[in-house]
Design a protein around this ligand. Structure first.
Ligand SMILES: [Zn+2]
Length: 252
């Protein structure tokens, strides 16, 4: 757990309730154990995306200024919601930090982070923000839940209308106007959204396959729009098919 934005107890209670296995919530110290603060800062700096049109993994390096900035984030002095990190590089880094005794398919590790994560797609040769990167471990980006799925079309229309008319846009007011169709960074609904994305990670590990569902009301739906996140991950339950999969897993 590398985030303080969501209600950890509520998430832990939910996961414990729906999955019949031992569930633990750990702080960042557990993951970073054995590494110095500078080493952790340096590793995060290596994963930074400097150009969204260039795959970072091809030329990863850490600049001293970035390492210092990462140290500020780790010490709680800086709150960075604009830097982007290569999701697969972060995943590889976190994977190397996991206790070898827990490095088996018996364990499902999910990292919750405030950092923005993105993955590079060869199709259009650029990075795209992600809500979740599935794998070992899976990473759920809480900032990504706000920034990765598109906001309502009307939001952008109104925003650009104001700009075209030379009107100063009050983003807080604009976001408030669309609060039923989009999430914000301090939104209490993020806690429920995170539960949905953790279930993506759990199903991915259980099925060793894509966990995504076609039903818009199922928390395993692959939301691309903010209103879909609210419908599926925040307010949605689990569809009949996925409830059956979970029941079978719990019955074993
Ligand atoms: Zn489903």
């Amino acid at each position: 757990m590398l985030s303080g934005k969501v209600n950890h107890n509520s998430i832990l209670a939910y996961i414990t309730d729906v999955i019949d296995c031992s569930v633990e919530c750990r702080g960042a110290d557990a993951l970073y154990s054995g590494f110095s603060m500078r080493e952790i800062a340096w590793m995060h700096a290596m994963c930074r995306v400097r150009d969204v049109f260039k795959a970072t993994s091809n030329e990863a390096h850490a600049e001293e200024g970035d390492v210092e900035h990462e140290l500020s984030i780790l010490r709680g002095y800086a709150n960075d919601q604009s830097s982007i990190y290569d999701g697969f590089m972060l995943q590889s880094m976190y994977s190397s930090m996991i206790d070898p005794e827990e490095s088996s398919l018996e364990h499902v590790h999910v990292i919750l982070t405030d950092r923005l994560i993105a993955t590079y797609r060869e199709e259009d040769m650029r990075y795209h923000l992600n809500t979740v990167v599935l794998g070992y471990p899976s990473i759920v980006s809480i900032s990504g839940i706000v920034e990765a799925p598109a906001k309502p079309r009307a939001f952008y229309t109104l925003y650009y209308y104001y700009i075209s008319q030379g009107i100063t846009v009050n983003m807080d007011e604009l976001k408030h106007l669309f609060r039923d169709a989009m999430l914000d960074h301090d939104d209490p609904r993020l806690t429920d959204a995170v539960k949905g994305y953790i279930m993506h990670a759990v199903f991915y590990s259980m099925l060793n396959d894509s966990p995504f569902c076609d039903e818009k009301g199922c928390m395993l739906y692959n939301s691309h729009w903010q209103d879909e996140v609210i419908q599926a991950q925040v307010s949605g339950g689990m569809c009949e098919r996925h409830r059956a999969v979970l029941k079978e897993f719990n019955g074993k």
